[in-house]
Write a protein that binds this ligand. Structure first.
Ligand code: WTA
Length: 653
């Protein structure tokens, strides 16, 4: 048997103490959900959430697909994440911060409460932030980022965290779309031993629009020299000290928005994915308990950035709701060397480690034997997220990092799902490497065709969630029509539109689900979601370019890399085209969207109706033979010309 066809049963010792101990228990839970869907969710909502006022309906489907959960219930997620823990774990570390340079700060639940309440008062008193106002965060990975998110939640403001790798233009577009009143940032932070700056990006974003912004709050992290706009810019440490440590939590409705998080789709500008309060926090906590099996005394580390959904749900909201210790790391796992992450696991006695396949591949390549130098015996569960993980990376993670003892949970989910959807349960699921295995209890995932009929076993189909779930996206900020079209427009089952994820998936004869990747025009580079349309729009800003098409190309470390075909305008020659276009992309979107390949071609393969045949472009980028019929193209000879241009470009590289 091939190693990656092997099935890895759960570690019996771990299973014995796990919350879900066997597949029988898993099936029992799933059957409960199937028999009485609302009853299933009611049980957990009643047991897990500290309600300020009871809800009257579990699920309201009257305005589908604008589903509502736990209607008219009142709560505040910061009570769930902080206040209710103060009785028993006031002194337990809530956030364990490690800086890039190795500086460590431990913030107890009691201290977290003080920090968040003061911050909340600052937002209210100094900046007049009110319930429903939008606050944009452009922050490094420092505890103040988490305080800021929770402070917004405390007073009912809607935060929108923008990943620190996005450019000023991208930041401004998001501020404008959200209509944010305040931007919270830092002067800068540290990466790979050196200071870098963030505030200048905010300055630049505000120069060219972002009219809604009244003030900028700057957390002093590295105290590098930055420009200052008197009256607009404010120093966090100067203001925070005098704030009262008591801020009454706002009574929030279950369905009030908690946050927006912008993500890429297959068309147009980024979408502000809107999440609600009760359903989101419920599922964040439940998945921490089921998928990571969080227990008292655990130290949990997720390496994501808070600028992504993984950072929201699995660094801040989920771990704190579960009352665990969550590690926040400012640096990168390869600095000062490939042992950094493992050294941290040893020093902090990490019990659950959650990262992206790209990081695993980098660490595997850079230091395959590095984990053996450290005591990793505290690890119990290893997680991956963001992109498909290949068997060699999975097996190394399992055997070398986990010592063959830890379950590797390959968690499939999305910004829109709020939390894990398909994942092994570490104490129950016999795992096949590189396989997300089964939907979690309560999640009705199906692999369908457009007409709602199921695909055959072993065939790739569209990954859909056929029943609403509590932590689902509520709408796209300011664009409910786009919400409907993006997620409930493609697949109709039994006359009803169902949620389509944009991913393809396959089920094997044992019912295991493998994610095959996006089926729309979204590329996944190192676990970062990028829309081809956005990159094309950035490149099209160049006045010398007539046409552009962007596709993804498989990459051994990043999963996918960006491959750009450009058609220059008649007679235009630019020997530096690659550099030039990447500069443009960095400016419009950010460094994360830079292309590995940029090839000048004489034209693009188009149908007679003018549609670009991306499938052909993807195949050429991969160096594959073109098997499909090209006679329907307007100019079939273009295919050979593009292949030749790509061949030459690769030779020159
Ligand atoms: C991909 C990240 C394979 C998928 C939480 C999805 C995955 C997109 C996995 C969402 C996985 C996420 N295996 N692919 N375990 N997890 N993806 O919104 O294509 O940043 O649609 O959320 O990442 O990316 P997003």
């Amino acid at each position: 048997m091939h190693e990656h066809n092997k099935i890895y049963p759960p570690n019996p010792e771990f299973a014995a103490q796990a919350r879900i101990k066997s597949m029988d228990e898993y099936h029992a839970l799933m059957n409960e959900a199937k028999e009485d869907y609302e009853g299933f969710w009611k049980k957990y909502a009643d047991e897990k959430i500290d309600w300020l006022a009871p809800y009257d309906k579990v699920l309201d489907e009257s305005d589908a697909p604008f589903y509502k959960w736990f209607t008219n219930g009142k709560l505040n997620v910061t009570i769930q994440c902080i206040d209710r823990h103060l009785k028993e774990k006031a002194d337990q570390t809530a956030i364990l911060f490690e800086g890039d340079r190795g500086d460590i700060e431990k913030i107890s639940y009691q201290e977290l409460s003080v920090k968040v309440n003061k911050f909340a008062n600052l937002l209210k008193e100094k900046f007049g932030v009110k319930k429903g106002d939008r606050v944009v965060l452009y922050m490094p990975m420092i505890p103040e980022a988490a305080y800021a998110m929770l402070a917004c939640a405390r007073i009912g403001a809607i935060h929108s965290v923008v990943f620190g790798g996005f450019s000023a233009e991208a930041l401004r577009d998001r501020i404008d779309d959200a209509g944010a009143k305040l931007v919270i940032t830092a002067d800068g932070a540290y990466r790979k031993g050196k200071p870098y700056l963030l505030k200048p990006v905010v300055d630049k974003a505000l120069e060219s629009g972002a009219e809604s912004v009244e003030a900028v709050l700057v957390v002093e992290r590295n105290r590098e020299l930055i420009d200052w706009v008197e009256g607009r810019d404010h120093k966090y440490y100067e203001l925070i000290e005098v704030m009262s440590p008591v801020c009454e939590p706002e009574m929030m409705d279950s369905e009030d928005p908690l946050f927006l998080l912008y993500t890429s789709g297959s068309t147009g500008k980024p979408k502000g994915v809107q999440h609600a309060q009760a359903g989101y926090i419920l599922w964040a906590q439940m998945t921490m308990e089921w998928v990571f099996d969080i227990k008292e005394g655990d130290v949990y580390w997720c390496t994501a950035d808070i600028g992504w959904i993984t950072g929201h749900t699995y660094i801040v909201y989920g771990p704190l709701a579960a009352g665990t210790t969550t590690v926040m790391f400012e640096g990168v796992p390869t600095y000062p060397d490939a042992g950094r992450a493992w050294k941290m696991v040893e020093e902090h006695k990490i019990s659950q480690f959650y990262t992206a396949p790209t990081a695993i591949r980098v660490l595997h390549t850079m230091g395959p034997d590095e984990p053996k130098k450290y005591d990793l015996s505290t690890l119990k569960v290893l997680g991956t997220v963001g992109e498909p993980i290949d068997p060699p990376a999975w097996i190394w993670y399992h055997d070398v990092v986990g010592g063959g003892r830890c379950a590797v949970v390959d968690t499939w989910w999305q910004t829109e799902t709020g939390g894990h959807m398909i994942s092994p349960l570490p104490g129950a699921t016999p795992i096949k490497p590189s396989c997300a295995t089964f939907p979690l209890p309560g999640i009705m995932a199906e692999i369908l065709q457009r007409d709602g009929s199921p695909v055959e076993t072993g065939e790739t189909g569209l990954l859909c969630i056929t029943k609403p779930w509590p932590s689902m996206i509520r709408t796209i900020w300011g664009d409910p029509e786009r919400f409907k079209k993006s997620y409930f427009g493609d697949v109709v089952k039994d006359g009803k539109p169902v949620y389509f994820s944009g991913d393809g998936a396959m089920m094997d004869e044992d019912g295991y689900i493998t994610i095959t990747g996006r089926v729309d025009d979204v590329i996944n580079v190192s676990g970062h979601r990028l829309g081809t349309a956005e990159i094309e729009a950035a490149v099209a800003e160049d006045e010398h370019i007539a046409e552009v098409a962007v596709v993804g190309k498989p990459h051994p470390i990043k999963g996918e890399s960006i491959f750009i075909y450009v058609v220059p305008k008649e007679g235009h020659v630019n020997p530096d085209i690659k550099k030039h276009i990447n500069t443009l992309i960095a400016q419009e979107i950010g460094n994360i969207a830079k292309a590995d390949d940029i090839v000048e071609v004489p034209g693009l393969p188009k149908t007679r109706s003018g549609k670009i045949m991306r499938r052909i472009l993807r195949a050429i980028a991969k160096g594959e033979e073109i098997k499909q019929d090209i006679s329907t193209l307007e100019d079939p000879s273009i295919v050979g010309k593009i292949q030749e241009a790509v061949r030459q470009a690769t030779q020159n590289d």
